[in-house]
Design a protein around this ligand. Structure first.
Ligand SMILES: [Mg+2]
Length: 336
């Protein structure tokens, strides 16, 4: 397996999904029915040129850069890079921060030396936007590419890392779980080995839900909040992938709520047959188009491979060469 190309597939898939959604962010689905996105657009709601990615990719790339520089996870360092993004417009497509979520912004501003970065994220029920899920891909790749999730201890470590990465901005168990589910899905899509996408997704859900059902007080993150979340079965619709994929589009919401974002991405992956078709369908669901596009784009990249991403979309991505360098460097870190 060419791990560098797997990383490119996940990272550029995310960045392209983000860039496809940026020009039409916030517009409702009814608008997209009348005027569907069929190609990379320019300008629109944020008045940005073609190929401009937003906060989703900025935070993802800052995380990647930190992992490469620190040779692994240094959560304080990641927070400092998030601050450099907000305060100095580092990690932006064109030197300007034009899109930022409230939960992310408050968490990043809360951090300073001496404060545990894992305590910074919002932990309220209303802090369950998609702001940690949208940037989790490099952490997911780091674990998925290095380990076999069928070994309990390995899966436990990967789940914990996804949870902690979420906590920087989103500390509610629901957001943490979304990130761990995403990591399991990435793992199964990477090691699909002839299985259908639906089979790989079902296997990921079985793995992670089985893990959660067995988790107990020995897990470092386990607390009452997780017990409540598991009892409530927030991600219950994803337990049976075949039935979930057959839901009509009106049952799929595409706003900023983390559960809806994860569901919309998986539903689009189940109901399309190529990278381009999946990302366009996602963006045409409307509302939080850049983030739902990013979350779906990463999965579609892994499902169909780097070569499946349209060249004309890759070519217009802002700072493409720098992003490619980060993919190569992350691959070196994973292979080390
Ligand atoms: Mg955005």
């Amino acid at each position: 397996m060419d791990k560098t190309n797997v990383i490119r597939a996940g990272v550029f898939g995310t960045v392209i999904g983000d860039a496809l959604g940026v020009p039409v962010e916030f517009a409702p689905r009814t608008m997209r029915v009348k005027d569907p996105v069929v190609d990379m657009r320019e300008y629109g709601v944020h008045n940005q040129p073609k190929g401009t990615w937003s906060d989703d990719s900025s935070m993802l790339l800052a995380t990647m850069d930190s992992m490469i520089t620190c040779k692994g996870m240094d959560y304080g360092d990641i927070m400092e890079r998030f601050q450099a993004w907000i305060r100095k417009a580092e990690y932006t497509a064109h030197g300007r921060v034009f899109d930022i979520g409230i939960t992310c912004s408050s968490a990043v501003r809360r951090y300073e030396p001496g404060i545990n970065p894992l305590d910074c994220g919002g932990a309220g029920e209303r802090d369950n936007g998609n702001g940690s899920l949208m940037r989790i891909m490099p952490v997911s790749l780091y674990d998925a590419l290095r380990s076999d999730f069928r070994e309990d201890a390995v899966l436990a470590e990967a789940v914990t890392r996804s949870h902690y990465a979420s906590c920087l901005t989103h500390r509610h168990p629901r957001s943490q779980m979304a990130c761990a589910i995403y990591t399991a899905v990435c793992h199964e899509l990477i090691y699909r080995d002839g299985r259908s996408i639906a089979e790989a997704l079902q296997s990921a859900m079985d793995l992670i839900m089985d893990y959660y059902s067995k988790a107990d007080v020995t897990a470092p993150w386990y607390d009452q909040g997780f017990q409540n979340e598991l009892a409530f079965d927030t991600y219950g619709r994803l337990r049976d992938i075949a039935s979930f994929g057959k839901l009509p589009e009106r049952e799929i919401k595409s706003g900023g709520y983390v559960v809806h974002t994860l569901e919309a991405a998986i539903w689009c992956l189940l109901n399309t047959a190529s990278f381009a078709e999946c990302t366009l369908k996602t963006v045409n669901l409307g509302d939080d188009t850049d983030t739902v596009g990013a979350v779906a784009g990463g999965l579609a990249g892994l499902a169909y491979g780097y070569e499946s991403i349209p060249k004309e979309w890759l070519e217009v991505i802002a700072k493409r060469e720098w992003i490619d360098r980060l993919c190569v460097d992350l691959s070196d870190l994973i292979n080390a």
